[in-house]
Design a protein around this ligand. Structure first.
Ligand SMILES: [Zn+2]
Length: 192
C-alpha cells in the first residue's frame, strides 16, 4: 500500500466510470429512429452530443473533441460500421469508436491504444471491400430469386442484411491486419 498505488486506483476508477457511461449512453440511444453522436471522455463524462437524421449525423463540431476520447453513435437501421465511420475514427484519432443498434454493440479501436501510422490503409481496404461485398450480396439475391420470384418484394431488406453480414465478417477477419481491434457483442435479453 502507499502513494504508489493511488494513481493505479484512480485510473481503474476512471476506467470504470467510462465503461458505465458507455453502457448507459448506448442503451439510451440504441432504439432511437434518428442518429445521435456523442463523445465521452476518459473520466466518463459526456463532453459533446449532437442529433442527426435517420441515416447520418454531422460530426464536424465533435471532431476536435473526439481526439483521445470515446466516440459513439447509433444505427437506427442496424448494421456495422460504414467505411466513413472507420475513416472518422482514424482521422479523429479517437481512443475507441462505438456503434449501437437495437440488437448489437460494435467497437473499433487501435490495438495498444495508438493509431498505427498506416491506419488509413484499413479504411481504404474496407471501402473497397464494402463496394465488392454489396455487389456480391446483390448477386446472391439474384441467384436465389431465380427460383423464388416472391423474394423480389424483400429485395432491399434482403440485400442490406446479406451485405451487412459480409461487412461484419470482413471486419472480423481483417481489422487486426491493419492494427485495429473489431468486436461485436449482442445486447443481452433482446430479441430481433
Ligand atoms: Zn455510422
Amino acid at each position: 500500500m502507499g502513494g504508489g498505488n493511488s494513481n493505479f486506483d484512480k485510473n481503474a476508477h476512471e476506467g470504470k466510470l467510462m465503461r458505465e457511461t458507455i453502457k448507459k449512453q448506448g442503451n439510451k440511444i440504441r432504439n432511437q429512429d434518428f442518429e445521435t453522436l456523442c463523445v465521452i471522455d476518459r473520466y466518463g463524462d459526456i463532453v459533446g452530443e449532437v442529433d442527426g437524421s435517420g441515416h447520418s449525423v454531422r460530426s464536424d463540431e465533435l471532431d476536435e473533441l473526439a481526439r483521445g476520447n470515446i466516440e459513439m453513435h447509433n444505427h437506427p437501421n442496424e448494421g456495422t460500421f460504414s467505411p466513413s465511420d472507420v475513416l472518422k475514427h482514424i482521422e479523429n484519432g479517437s481512443l475507441e469508436t462505438h456503434v449501437v443498434s437495437r440488437s448489437w454493440n460494435y467497437l473499433i479501436r487501435p490495438k495498444g491504444g495508438r493509431h498505427p501510422e498506416y491506419g488509413l490503409r484499413f479504411y481504404q481496404a474496407y471501402r473497397e471491400a464494402d463496394d465488392r461485398l454489396h455487389k456480391k450480396a446483390e448477386m446472391d439475391f439474384i441467384m436465389q430469386a431465380k427460383d423464388n420470384p416472391e423474394m423480389w418484394s424483400q429485395y432491399d431488406k434482403w440485400v442490406l442484411k446479406r451485405w451487412d453480414d459480409y461487412c461484419h465478417e470482413w471486419l472480423q477477419n481483417n481489422a487486426s491486419k491493419y492494427g485495429y481491434e473489431y468486436r461485436r457483442t449482442s445486447v443481452k435479453g433482446r430479441k430481433k
